[in-house]
Ligand binder design. Structure first.
Ligand SMILES: Nc1nc2c(ncn2[C@@H]2O[C@H](COP(=O)(O)OP(=O)(O)O)[C@@H](O)[C@H]2O)c(=O)[nH]1
Ligand SMILES: [Mg+2]
Length: 210
């Protein structure tokens, strides 16, 4: 237990240093968390062209294996660095520090971090982000907030993704929002679809203004 606490404390120091470094140039980090396949990469590829001319974006991708997502991001028009974590189920602040060295970090940049697809582990690690976005796709089932409350406890904004599919999977927005409120009273959520663009203008405005 002590070793684990030391590691967490060390990582906290890296995260705080990183945030200070970003703050000093008006840059902000966004930590995007959610299950594998909930639509994190698709969302980023939709947002990147919308953010053009508003804020420079760089992307750090985390996955166990492959650099597929970094390639998708580059095709969407933003510089991206892939971290292959092997067996680790989350990214650490120290890894982000190294990844940023390989990317053009401009003033007022958004550092968009797609965390490893996992609903639990990434929630335990603060990376130095100013905004923690936790995704819940409509296809995951209405009971997921109640089953995985820790994932939503520290979310700044919950993105309900793939809303275009809601009618096919008996998605119940009211039930999900009630569950989220029970976990974190006052929690904010936004309904989105990378396919139809629903909710994306609002999200871009939030990212621009942060
Ligand atoms: N219908 C629909 N499909 C989506 C949406 N977003 C992502 N997908 C699909 O869901 C799958 C997983 O998406 P991906 O972005 O790779 O998820 P990630 O693992 O969270 O990065 C892909 O086949 C996407 O095309 C959406 O808003 N609507
Ligand atoms: Mg992805």
């Amino acid at each position: 237990v002590n070793v684990e606490e030391d590691v967490l404390a060390q990582d906290r120091v890296h995260a705080e240093q990183l945030r200070e470094r970003l703050d000093a140039i008006g840059a902000r980090m966004v930590n995007l968390i959610g299950s594998p396949g909930c639509g994190k990469t698709e969302l980023l590829t939709a947002l990147i062209p919308m953010l053009r001319g508003k804020r420079p974006c760089i992307v750090v991708e985390g996955d166990l294996a492959t650099d597929n997502d970094a390639r998708r991001i580059r095709e969407a028009g933003a510089p991206a660095h892939q971290i292959r974590t092997g067996t680790a189920c989350h990214l650490t602040a120290h890894q982000i520090e190294h990844a940023i060295e390989k990317l053009p970090l401009e003033e007022r940049a958004l550092v968009l971090v797609e965390n490893v697809g996992n609903l639990v582990c990434p929630s335990m690690f603060y990376l130095g982000e100013s905004l923690r976005l936790v995704c819940l796709s409509v296809t995951e089932g209405n009971d997921k907030p109640r089953k995985y409350p820790v994932s939503y406890r520290d979310a700044d904004l919950v993105l309900i993704t793939k809303h275009d599919l809601a009618e096919y999977v008996d998605f119940d927005l009211e039930e999900v929002e009630d569950s989220l409120q029970a976990i974190q009273p006052g929690i904010q959520s936004l309904v989105t679809s990378a396919r139809t663009g629903e909710g994306l203008e609002e999200l871009v405005e939030r990212l621009r203004a942060m």
